[in-house]
Structures are given as structure tokens and as C-alpha cells.
Design a protein around this ligand. Structure first.
Ligand SMILES: [Fe+2]
Ligand SMILES: [Fe+2]
Length: 276
């Protein structure tokens, strides 16, 4: 396979029409046989790949280039996920704008060519596949919950349902109830993942204010969590499940890795991928 076919496969598995703005082929390869797939990659990863005879490094998180700079556009996927859960358009868009404004200065300051420049220098093919994997993971988590929960399910039942996924069973981290209580009714829920990064306070608050009882994030910042606690109560009726970063990223990554292996590629998983 070449790097373009690998990207196309990820996009197809995610049921997307184009390569999302946070995914990129930095250094292409026409013939990939042995790939190193990690959640993160750095210059050390490139050197390891070269030393160990891999002919491609695939990072999940963007490692520079247009993908790192383009991630703010992918935040707009939160609008899609919120709208699907019944949040009015204006409220969803305002929440996304707030997150974009908060992250824009950091994204703008990125040393976007650091890792790609070393990949070119070393002649190591390099790509990032971010949103396609996250969108696959979001769908798997959403479908798992929908398959298990009943009308009277509780938050604890949802934790148990997600725990049927091997990535969560095997991970060192446990699914955390960061807001609400295990015995609370699960109510109306939404998995808010696959949108660049977690939606912080603005996106979860937009959900809670518009009839959603339980939000599922894969990670959340402490400051944003405090703002949610201040507005909705740490142990009130609104619930926030945080499933764990690398375990949740692995849910989508593993689907792609399985498909790549089926096509004859040798793929070694590193940097936090919880293999299922
Ligand atoms: Fe991810
Ligand atoms: Fe991630």
C-alpha cells in the first residue's frame, strides 16, 4: 500500500468524504510494508523506526504541518455531534466558537515543521491520521452504549456497557464519573468525541442546557471540569463520563490497524495504543 491508500482507507472506515484538516501525509511512501503506529510520535520515534527497519511512522495526534494548524476547523465536528443530539444550531455553534477562541493562540504558536523537517531529513515516511480514527471510535462507543442501555439504565450501567469494549477492559485507566453519580438515571446521552479535542465546558454545557443528561468525553481539562461543576453541580443530576484518553483513542485506531493488517501490512503499535 502507499500512504495515500492508507489515508483513504481510514477516511472510508470513518464514512467520511475527504481527509479531515487534522490529518496529513507529511512524507509520502509509494510502498509501505512495515508501519509503526503510535498515538504520539516525535523525532525519537522517527529514529527508532529507521533503526528498526520500519518504512512508515503513523501518528494519531497531528505532529505538525497543516494538520496541527488545521485542528481548529475539526472542532466544528462538535456542532454536528451536538446537533444530532438535539442541541439548537446557534447554541452548538457558539460553543464551538468559544473553544476555537480558547485554543487559537496555542495552535498559532505551534512549531509546525519541527517533526516533519526531521522526517524529511531522515527520509522516513510520516503521516498523521487523527479525526478518521476518532470518528470511528466515537461511532463504536455510541453503538456500544445504544446496544446495551435500556430506558431505566443508570450511569453505572453505561460505564459497564463501555467496559465491554476490550480497550477499556485492558487499559490501566478506568472510566471515570467526573460529574453526577453512578446511580443517576443515564437519561439522554451523547458521546462528544471525534472533534479535534474534547469540548471542555462550552460544548458539554451546551448539551446539558438543552436536555442532555449525560455527556461522554474521552478527556477533560481540570479548569473546564470545575466550570461544569460550578454551573451544574459536581454530584447533581447531570453526568459527565470520562472514558480515558489513550484507551479511547485506541478504540478507533484498532479498527484501522486490523484493516491494515488484513491487507498484508505489518503494523507495530507503540506510544500508548491499547491493543484489543
Ligand atoms: Fe484521538
Ligand atoms: Fe487523543
Amino acid at each position: 500500500m502507499d500512504t495515500e491508500a492508507i489515508m483513504d482507507l481510514a477516511v472510508t472506515l470513518a464514512r467520511q468524504k475527504e481527509v479531515p484538516a487534522d490529518s496529513e501525509i507529511y512524507v509520502p511512501s509509494a510502498d509501505v510494508r512495515r508501519a509503526l503506529f503510535g498515538i504520539d510520535a516525535d523525532v525519537g520515534t522517527l529514529l527508532a523506526a529507521k533503526a528498526l527497519g520500519y518504512d512508515l511512522v503513523i501518528a494519531h495526534h497531528p505532529v505538525g504541518g497543516k494538520a496541527s494548524l488545521g485542528i481548529l476547523n475539526v472542532f466544528e465536528r462538535h456542532t454536528v455531534n451536538l446537533r444530532r443530539a438535539g442541541v439548537p444550531k446557534a447554541a452548538a455553534e457558539a460553543a464551538v466558537r468559544a473553544m476555537q477562541a480558547e485554543h487559537a493562540p496555542r495552535v498559532h504558536a505551534t512549531n509546525y515543521d519541527h517533526v516533519p523537517s526531521y522526517a524529511r531529513l531522515l527520509g522516513i515516511p510520516l503521516m498523521s491520521i487523527h479525526n478518521p480514527c476518532d470518528e470511528i471510535g466515537r461511532r463504536v462507543m455510541d453503538e456500544t452504549l445504544r446496544a446495551h442501555v435500556r430506558k431505566r439504565s443508570t450511569v453505572a450501567d453505561a460505564v459497564k456497557a463501555l467496559g465491554t469494549l476490550p480497550e477499556f477492559r485492558k487499559a490501566e485507566t478506568k472510566i471515570a464519573i467526573r460529574m453526577g453519580r453512578p446511580g443517576n438515571p443515564l437519561g439522554k446521552f451523547v458521546v462528544l468525541h471525534g472533534a479535534g479535542t474534547n469540548g471542555g465546558h462550552p460544548v458539554a454545557a451546551a448539551a446539558f442546557r438543552h436536555g442532555i443528561d449525560t455527556v461522554v468525553y474521552i478527556h477533560v481539562d481540570a479548569g473546564h471540569l470545575k466550570r461544569l461543576h460550578d454551573e451544574f453541580g459536581a454530584r447533581g443530576g447531570k453526568n459527565l463520563l470520562v472514558t480515558g484518553h489513550v484507551a479511547s483513542d485506541s478504540v478507533g485506531i484498532n479498527v484501522l490497524v486490523r484493516e491494515l493488517r488484513e491487507r498484508g501490512l505489518h503494523v507495530a503499535c507503540v506510544s500508548g495504543v491499547v491493543e484489543a
